[in-house]
Design a protein around this ligand. Structure first.
Ligand code: COA
Ligand code: ZN
Length: 304
């Protein structure tokens, strides 16, 4: 089906959202939310990340969650990995659908995974060579592809260079441009995707990972989709926000993305009432910061 009439909403609340809650959530709560999202018809989701529990204690129960959903049919469930060790743990847990993250911005990569961009790309090389697949089944998240919390605007040429290097290592991978800080604007999102897409294989699958800090999340997603990005990431209830970046919000709310696409005739395959119910459950989690429009309008109007 053409990307003009459909979009895949990829749910990242269990990863980007849960990691933002200071006090780690009970594993059962996480599983209950993920089950509700699957029941709503979500077909792709990041279940969490195999990362150092010292760096991100919120993900210390990743193996338990992975075990619970292992082999689940009907949805592509992926796990984020920051290095080759994470990839080994994911494969041991039965997950080959990996999201490898590397930041375009050097200071952000150092801060996030304590490696230079070149070292991270070496990790990707090791993961790809281990899998023996040219990167098929791997998603590469190019974090800070627009703006960096430490260095400000990220030059487009840096995005092109890191993309080109990652593409050489993993020519069959799916790629995402990530607006990590939520400061990108719609026109820039469309232009950067057009540039990157023109420099990659014509059959590449592209994704957009956005945050809603400046209120541009839905518009950015629509502009990305309009130039051919068929995978759009969001988090139920807009869960997220970093305590070290005042004013920053979470990912764009999945339910707001659902409204924007479905009202325009672009099918998501997700049931809005069930998605809102899952978002309500997310919003009730202790310690979570949420931001969503659709969830707070009268429910009858949200469902019309
Ligand atoms: N999963 C679990 N444990 C891991 C790991 C992984 N992917 N990678 C490393 N570790 C463990 C090591 O085994 C080591 O354990 P030990 O102290 O018991 O010996 C410890 O973590 C430190 O390893 P080291 O290689 O020195 O890593 P580091 O301290 O430099 O941290 C990362 C690097 C990448 C592991 C860490 O910064 C991290 O997990 N970051 C995640 C960032 C993230 O998820 N951000 C949000 C998504 S964009
Ligand atoms: Zn993010």
């Amino acid at each position: 089906m053409s990307h003009k009439t459909t979009v895949t909403l990829l749910e990242v609340a269990p990863r980007d959202g849960f990691q933002s809650i200071a006090e780690p959530l009970p594993t059962d709560e996480k599983i209950a939310v993920i089950e509700m999202l699957l029941d709503a018809g979500v077909t792709r989701m990041e279940l969490g990340s195999f990362v150092s529990p010292k760096a991100i204690p919120q993900m210390a129960d990743m193996a338990k969650i992975a075990e619970h959903f292992k082999g689940r049919e009907g949805a592509r469930l992926s796990v984020l990995v920051p290095n080759a060790k994470g990839a080994s743990l994911a494969l041991e847990a039965g997950y080959g659908d990996l999201v490898f993250v590397v930041s375009v911005s050097e200071p952000h990569n150092l801060n996030n995974v304590r490696q230079t961009v070149a070292q991270s790309l070496d990790q990707l090389r090791a993961i790809v060579s281990e899998s023996g697949t040219d990167g098929e089944g791997i998603r590469v998240d190019l974090a800070t592809a627009f703006d960096c919390p430490f260095a400000g605007t990220v030059p487009l040429d840096d995005v092109r260079r890191v993309f080109a290097e990652a593409l050489e290592i993993a020519p069959k991978a799916e790629f995402a441009l990530c607006d990590t800080t939520g400061r990108a604007d719609p026109m820039t999102v469309a232009r950067r995707f057009e540039t990157a897409m023109a420099e990659g294989p014509t059959d590449a699958v592209w994704a957009f990972h956005g945050h809603d800090t400046f209120g541009m999340g839905v518009a950015n997603a629509l502009f990305a989709h309009s130039v051919g990005v068929c995978v759009i990431e969001g988090a139920a209830a807009g869960l997220g926000g970093c305590p070290f970046a005042p004013g920053a919000t979470g990912n764009t709310a999945s339910e707001d993305l659902h409204f924007a696409f479905e009202e325009g005739g672009i099918a998501t395959g997700i049931d809005r009432a069930k998605l809102l119910a899952a978002a309500d459950r997310v919003a009730a989690l202790p310690g979570g910061k949420t931001a969503s429009h659709l969830r707070i309008v009268p429910r009858q109007r949200a469902l019309l």
